[in-house]
Design a protein around this ligand. Structure first.
Ligand code: IPD
Ligand code: CA
Ligand code: CA
Length: 265
């Protein structure tokens, strides 16, 4: 089928190939993680290593080889604007805390924006060998299997993913957990917001809410959730907003109203 957006197909295939290659490189670092020097960023819980930087460098280089006019925003090295109308938004390793602590809940997250919309979302979880791939008008898949959300799932009969970092107060986090439990829901936090958004697309979680995340954490997952039949709260990406944080919420259709209320959106 021919894509409606010129240049989408080639970038969708490229994003999947790059995510898989980058994931293998990251997995090699993960398997020898005791040799990595762990540095901290905003606080002692916010960790990073050479693995994050080298994986981002690899993804940047691969994109530049094929589409030198595309913009690129990565968590580790920031924004390099382009002129093609496409911008790649990449978290080389989402879930660095699980990664350095030897838990498998981490992933490579690659989104591509076109006209300020996330038109491609690819998330690869190397420890599970799971490739989530979605693009506008093409649906979402997990290892090639089409993902379609079940409208009967709600916060009450399914599990909601949540996340938090030190941009928000402990009291705020306590209140959002309290409100979710009061609504009859329950929660999981696995340490990778991007992967939990992919789980929403896969129907494993009924929604994901985090009060403050960045574009590289959420845009790939947003595209996947939408293509699986779900909904997301738009993330501001115009100009400088692209590098700033914002609330993140994506849901299956039956959880939208409850989670919007809990998130105050
Ligand atoms: C973090 C993870 C975590 C979320 C944080 C993110 P990182 O990303 O997605 O689950 O709660 O807000 O910053 O640091 O592992 O790339
Ligand atoms: Ca992240
Ligand atoms: Ca990261």
């Amino acid at each position: 089928m021919t894509s409606q957006i010129s240049g989408l197909d080639v970038r969708f295939a490229l994003a999947q190939a790059i995510a898989t290659e980058a994931g293998r490189v990251a997995l090699d670092y993960y398997n020898r993680r005791e040799t990595l020097v762990i540095e901290t960023k905003r606080d002692l819980q916010d960790v990073v290593s050479i693995a994050d930087r080298e994986v981002e460098n690899l993804i940047r280089a691969r994109v530049a080889e094929v589409n030198p006019g595309d913009g690129f925003l990565g968590e580790e090295y920031g924004l390099a604007p382009g002129d093609s109308g496409y911008t790649w938004v990449v978290d080389p390793i989402d879930g660095t805390s699980p990664f350095v602590n030897g838990m498998p809940n981490w992933c490579v997250s690659i989104a591509v924006l076109h006209n300020n919309e996330p038109v491609i979302g690819v998330i690869y979880a190397p420890c599970h060998d799971e490739l989530y791939a979605g693009a506008t008008g093409k649906g979402a898949t997990l290892n090639g299997k089409v993902l379609t959300l079940d409208p009967s799932r709600t916060v009450r009969n399914a599990v909601t993913g949540i996340g938090a970092n030190n941009y928000v107060t402990p009291a705020f986090v306590g209140k959002m957990v309290e409100d979710l439990l009061t609504a009859g829901g329950n929660f999981i936090r696995n340490g990778s917001g991007a992967l939990m958004l992919a789980y929403v697309a896969a129907g494993r979680l009924v929604g994901y809410y985090e009060p403050y995340m960045h574009a590289w954490d959420c845009l790939a997952g947003y595209c996947l959730v939408k293509e699986a039949g779900g909904w997301y709260h738009p993330f501001p990406v115009d100009g400088e907003q692209l590098t700033k944080g914002s609330p993140v919420l994506a849901t299956a259709p039956g959880a939208r109203d409850d989670l919007m209320k809990i998130a105050g959106l």
